[in-house]
Design a protein around this ligand. Structure first.
Ligand code: ADP
Ligand code: MG
Length: 727
């Protein structure tokens, strides 16, 4: 029987892409058509209810039951007119993905079918939640968990061939009120930073009434033909390839980045983008990324809560739409060894209701005290809580990027560029002279007909985990498959907490009769002194930086089980408890869940490795070994002694790899057995990380060697060169 690899190759060769001709669509016509947005609400709600919802969105006021009832009615009519038969609370449990449980509008009332949807159903639901991770907060006997409506993120419709479902974004909490999801603490953190920044803004502009943190998420992903995915059990089950020899050509020619987009891929992009526009996701860019078969898309930035929801929705949708094109959209951080992995750059800033981007330096940053305040406070917050930020992006899959010599290292540092480095130097040691840093950057390109260019006041440093890029910070260490809430809860909480501290210190100085500007500058100067160790402008991948960072006392935590410790450190517990974002118990629970998820992911990969090695690779290698042995015998029998000797050497090499694969798989299984006996979640995760996981590389090494030796016709698993260079 042909292996799935050859079936896949055959299928792919016979594919025709004619059917992907898409209708021509005006984006502005379809944008938001599946969203119960302001426009829809105006049409479907009475004036008072509309105002109630708007107040809730803008100032966090609670919605009354009466208003909720009307909203439910309006939402139902809107949804049913668009073909919806079911509704679901859409929430974000700590698994990192999204969850939904559909209920029909249809119900029987006195034996008659009606379509109902009450305020109760809109505002809260009680999914049987006992199977979601709760880290011991909820024993199964008190399994109740509640989802509760988040009016600040609009409801939307998900369409499939089978029908239309109304999705209502919700938080997810336990019976005792503890958060079991990402959204609940995120909303708290956002509320905190909104208040803290308004208070600080008022030093500069008393007219500011609202500040919203903003987020633009760049999403990287890989695309391979789905037939390959179906022929690679490792990819299907773990999201990455755990074996596979590097192709002769990888990314060394740098010919994929920003290259011409293959037509088949372009058809997929247009298709999912149109779907995204209907859902109100404002996608703006698409391009080829560095690795072969790697791509990126990015929307225009939005308020954080919306941006996070949109990214969760986008990830889900990209995977679904890909299947329509017989493609597999891979969001894993490191699906292929030897080429770049995928990240999710989180561009973050804060904007006021007066239209000011608080991280925009303007032409004269040294004179822009408001900018300096928010800029320096952010740097100070990152310095003080670098370990917590590291923890917020820790996962088994992201460890492949952070620990390895690839896009940002596990050391958290901040890049600010040459000009702002000068500005901070001047803040620290004022010379009294006019700043040398404030030069208007205009460049005359010496090419005929080409207009003058305006340059950003920061250069670029692709290797930095946390880089200032013109008018925003870009947190680059976030993993491509993660829920960005995790990083956003931490970032917004630490900056908010910092701004509160800052205000206290400044107010104390003002009370001592210092002019406000002097007081602000005094405190900022101290912060620059305290935090400048976190600033790094050089190459983050270099060994010199590892040594330098160590000297500076910055952490370099390469693996998740240890990185996650920061979630339950005294400092973190104090930070989250004083700001009422997460309680000690909730943090402990989260810590345990994340450790458990880590452990399970490595466990699944380890089982997969054993299965593929023993049941797919070894049989084909042994078959080849037998062929070689036959050949050896024939050579010998026919008097080719010298050639037989060479053949023997070759057989020895192949046999050696076969034996080592077998013995290492059994040793790995033994380590897994030992690790499984451990009760303590952290110790167990550590054992999986440092006792089980190291076998992956060893076993893989021998399998990948065999891939080079064994007859191509026998090899059962699609090869990298086949998967990565699809047109
Ligand atoms: P690049 O970083 O590749 O130069 P862009 O400048 O287009 O790309 O920005 C990347 C992302 O940053 C986009 O999603 C963009 O909307 C977002 N962004 C731009 N300004 C802000 C801001 N003030 N706050 C948050 N995100 C922003
Ligand atoms: Mg960017």
């Amino acid at each position: 029987m042909d292996s799935l690899r050859f079936k896949a190759l055959e299928i792919i060769q016979s594919r025709s892409y004619e059917k992907h001709k898409l209708d021509k669509i005006e984006i502005s016509d379809i944008f938001g058509s599946l969203v119960f947005n302001e426009k829809a609400m105006r049409k479907y709600l009475a004036k008072d209810s509309f105002k109630g919802v708007k107040n809730a969105i803008e100032s966090g006021e609670k919605i009354s039951r009466k208003v909720a009832d009307e909203v439910a009615g309006g939402m139902k009519s809107w949804a049913i007119e668009r073909g919806a038969t079911h509704y679901t609370h859409w929430f974000q449990p700590l698994t990192g993905t999204t969850a939904e449980k559909h209920d029909s509008f249809f119900e029987l009332k006195d034996g008659d079918p009606i379509e109902g949807f009450s305020a109760g159903a809109l505002v809260q639901q009680e999914p049987d939640a006992s199977s979601f991770p709760s880290g011991g907060i909820r024993n199964t006997f008190e399994a109740r968990g509640y989802t509760a409506w988040d009016p600040s993120s609009p409801a939307f419709l998900i369409r499939s061939n089978a029908g239309v479902t109304l999705c209502i974004p919700t938080i997810f909490v336990s019976y005792t009120g503890e958060a079991l999801d990402y959204k609940a603490p995120l909303l708290k953190a956002l509320n905190l930073i909104e208040n803290a920044s308004v208070n600080v803004c008022r030093y500069f502009d008393p007219k500011v009434n609202k500040v919203s943190p903003t987020l633009g998420i760049e999403q990287e992903y890989f695309l391979v033909d789905n037939a390959f995915n179906l022929a690679r059990p490792d990819l299907m089950l773990t999201g990455r390839t755990i074996i596979g020899h590097a192709p002769a050509k990888g990314q060394q020619l740098e010919d994929h980045y920003f290259g011409s987009i293959p037509e088949r891929v372009n058809a997929f992009m247009v298709d999912f983008e149109n779907e995204a526009y209907r859902l109100g996701i404002p996608l703006r860019t698409r391009h080829n990324e560095v690795a072969p078969a790697q791509y990126e898309c990015a929307p225009q930035f939005e308020e954080v809560n919306i941006a996070v929801d949109h990214n969760q929705l986008l990830m889900d949708m990209m995977q679904k739409v890909a299947l329509r094109h017989e493609l597999k959209c891979i969001l894993h951080e490191k699906p292929f060894a030897g080429v770049n992995g995928s990240g999710k750059h989180c561009n973050w800033s804060m904007g006021t209701d007066t239209g000011v981007n608080l991280l925009s330096p303007g032409d004269t940053p040294s004179q822009n005290l408001q900018f300096l305040t928010f800029f320096i406070n952010t740097i100070k917050a990152v310095y003080d809580h670098a370990d917590l930020l590291r923890a917020s992006i820790a996962s088994a899959s992201n460890d492949h990027r952070l620990g390895a010599n690839e896009a940002p290292p596990a050391i958290i540092s901040v890049f600010i560029g040459e000009q702002l480095t000068k500005v901070l130097d001047e803040v620290e040691k004022p010379s009294g002279k006019k700043s040398k840093a404030d030069v208007n950057k205009v460049s005359n390109v010496d090419v005929p007909k080409i207009p003058e260019l305006h340059l950003d006041n920061t250069d670029r440093n692709r290797t930095s985990p946390f880089a200032f890029t013109g008018n925003k910070f870009e947190f680059r260490a976030v993993g491509s498959s993660s829920n960005t809430s995790s990083a956003m809860i931490v970032l917004n909480t630490i900056v908010a907490n910092q701004l509160v501290e800052f205000k206290k210190e400044v107010d104390a100085l003002i009370k001592k009769k210092q002019p406000a500007e002097v007081a602000i500058m005094t405190v900022l100067r101290q912060y620059v002194k305290d935090a400048k160790k976190i600033l790094f402008e050089g190459n983050n991948y270099g060994d010199e930086w590892m040594a330098e960072a160590k000297k500076r006392g910055l952490s370099n935590i390469k693996t998740s089980p240890e990185a996650l410790d920061a979630y339950i450190s005294k400092k973190t517990v104090k930070l989250f408890e004083t700001n009422k974002i997460l309680s000690h118990r909730e943090l402990e629970a989260r810590h345990e869940i994340l450790l458990e998820m880590y452990m399970k992911q490595i466990q699944i990969e380890s089982r997969m490795m054993g299965e593929v090695a023993l049941s797919q690779i070894l049989p084909c290698a042994i078959e080849y070994q037998n062929e070689l042995l036959l050949n050896y015998g024939q050579l010998f029998d026919h008097g080719f002694a010298l050639e037989a000797d060479q053949s023997k050497e070759y057989i020895q090499r192949v046999s050696n790899h076969i034996n080592l694969i077998r013995s290492n798989v059994f040793e790995m299984i033994e380590e897994r057995r030992k690790a499984n006996k451990i009760d303590d979640a952290r110790k167990k995760a550590v054992a999986y990380c440092h006792k089980v996981r190291p076998y992956f590389e060893i076993i893989r090494y021998h399998i990948d060697k065999l891939e080079m030796y064994v007859d191509d016709k026998l090899w059962p698993i699609p090869k990298y060169r086949e998967m990565l260079f699809m047109r």
